[in-house]
Design a protein around this ligand. Structure first.
Ligand code: C5P
Length: 383
């Protein structure tokens, strides 16, 4: 579990940690997507399912009477379950590998822990202690409802039983004959019912969760949507990711036209950032262009009063497209040489920074970058 917390250029802003809670049924693609999301946002990743699995491995080894809920609770509630530096789950400090926690002998027994209210309370307390005071992505069945009911972003990641059955069959091990799609879909429905019928910590769609159906979307496409939702809740997340190329400050002018100016290049090349009505010949490219601006030029679009600033990253994420809503009274300065994607809709207003001696190179956005951009626009500018 890595937990980098880069410094914000203007100093710390968000005192409250950012928590993204993601629930959803088995096989909806949660674990791949949540792991990638946490890595993208540089946040701690908490796999709560691994904790239920680890408790079950220990229970089966312990010799405790697994048919006696009180004995199960007595065993599990005396355990300390956490994660090592390698991200692998640990039971009382002992690393348990995937070959144990995902073993065919373990999986059918997990319900003994997961359906036991005392065990759940004990695990939830440990989960809350792990994420306390930290930015985290929590994945589970009760992350949005019990573990982190005040998470800034709650997501219910769903997929139809048929889609989940298709995904499972696509990964079916060679050598064993795959069952029929309908049979796998029926098993998945039965498992959903079990997760949803649990007396405590049942899987359910929280009222304020984003319900995201992943049918027909790639894992990267889902991650892109989640990044967009997370950044929409907390724009400083993105600011941190591009902290090496972005300086954020306050505009003193209300209803500004020119919001900032200065010498960003350090060599006397003046720039200014403002809002204006662009003329078509002044505006670079469409959504499929990535424009490299050497002179310190920035663009965004304001559509129906909602502003989007689109950036493509450098550093550890070269060419990764990101976008954020432009905050009122806030200005953004992009270091020259950074990569910006520029999007323009008919009739929109553009904000940009200009300097003398702008030189510009055009590059087509690749498929992944275009998909990323579409995801941001889908979240920020629905319809
Ligand atoms: O997510 P994963 O498949 O690893 O979860 C393993 C088991 O633990 C599932 O059967 C699920 O019902 C249970 N679980 C739970 N509450 C959580 C996470 C997982 O009951 N927060």
């Amino acid at each position: 579990m890595s937990d980098p917390q880069p410094q914000r250029p203007g100093g710390p802003v968000m005192a409250r940690p950012m928590v993204v809670a993601i629930d959803g049924p088995a096989g909806a693609g949660k674990s791949t997507v949540t792991r990638r999301l946490a890595a993208r946002l540089g946040m701690l990743f908490l796999d709560t399912g691994a904790m239920y699995r680890a408790a079950t491995v220990g229970l089966l080894r312990s010799g405790a009477d697994r048919d006696d809920p009180a004995a199960v609770a007595a065993y599990v509630c005396a355990r300390r379950i956490g994660f090592g530096a390698d991200g692998q789950v640990q039971l009382d400090g002992e690393r348990l590998g995937d070959e144990l926690i995902r073993a065919p002998a373990t999986v059918p027994e997990i319900w003994r822990v997961a359906d036991n209210p005392a065990c759940r309370a004990h695990l939830v307390a440990q989960q809350q202690a792990i994420v306390a005071g930290r930015d985290a992505v929590i994945e589970g069945r009760d992350a949005t409802t019990v573990i982190a009911p005040d998470a800034q972003l709650k997501v219910y990641l769903d997929a139809s039983p048929e889609e989940r059955a298709r995904r499972r069959l696509a990964e079916w091990p060679a050598g064993s004959p795959p069952p029929a799609l309908a049979e796998v879909a029926a098993q998945i429905r039965a498992r959903d019912e079990k997760d949803m019928a649990r007396a405590v910590g049942a899987l359910r769609l929280a009222d304020d969760a984003v319900h995201l159906l992943s049918d027909g979307r790639s894992a990267d496409g889902v991650v892109a949507l989640l990044v967009a939702h997370a950044v929409q809740r907390n724009p400083f997340l993105l600011e941190r990711r591009v902290a090496d190329q972005l300086t954020v400050g306050r505009s003193r002018a209300k209803g500004y036209v020119r919001v900032a100016q200065g010498d960003v290049t350090g060599d006397g090349g003046m720039w200014q950032l403002g809002l204006t009505n662009p003329t078509p010949e002044r505006m670079p490219g469409g959504v499929a262009d990535l424009t490299r601006n050497r002179g310190g030029r920035q663009a965004g679009v304001l559509v129906q009063g909602r502003a989007v600033l689109v950036l493509a990253g450098r550093g550890d994420a070269p060419g990764e497209v990101a976008a954020l809503p432009i905050l009122p009274q806030t200005w953004y300065v992009i270091e020259p040489g950074a990569w910006h994607a520029v999007i323009q809709d008919h009739g929109t207003i553009c904000a940009w920074a200009e300097s003398s001696g702008i030189s510009e190179e055009r590059h087509p956005l690749d498929q992944a970058q275009q998909a990323q951009l579409r995801a941001f626009l889908e979240v920020y500018l629905p319809g």
